[in-house]
Design a protein around this ligand. Structure first.
Ligand code: FES
Length: 104
């Protein structure tokens, strides 16, 4: 109830990297908020159900696939962050694979 389907929330890793976690029909998916184009911050547009990067108007669908702008021209998807849950402790692990400083 507190995390409805179609919503996205921000979390931070231990280095302060922002992670965007989307609850979809099939569960949770996490992405780095670092734009794969030139490293600006991507954010979620709830009304459009899309991710948006304001630096060059990059648009990604709710699965992190490029829709328009420079990321679409270069077929750059948002960085996925695989998630897993430790069943015994309930701790959620999110693996952030982006290179430090983003992709240039
Ligand atoms: Fe995101 Fe250019 S840095 S579209």
């Amino acid at each position: 109830e507190q995390y409805p389907v179609g919503s996205v929330r921000k979390f931070y890793d231990l280095d302060g990297t922002e992670i965007l976690v989307k609850r979809g029909d099939d569960g949770f998916n996490a992405y780095s908020s670092t734009c794969p184009h030139l490293g600006c911050k991507v954010h979620w547009l709830d009304d459009k159900q899309q991710f948006f990067c304001p630096c060059h108007n990059g648009v990604f669908d709710s699965d992190g696939n490029p829709v328009s702008g420079p990321p679409a021209d270069a077929n750059q998807k948002m960085y996925p962050a695989p998630m897993s849950v430790d069943e015994s402790s309930g701790v959620v692990y999110i693996e952030v694979k982006e290179p430090k400083g983003g992709r240039a």
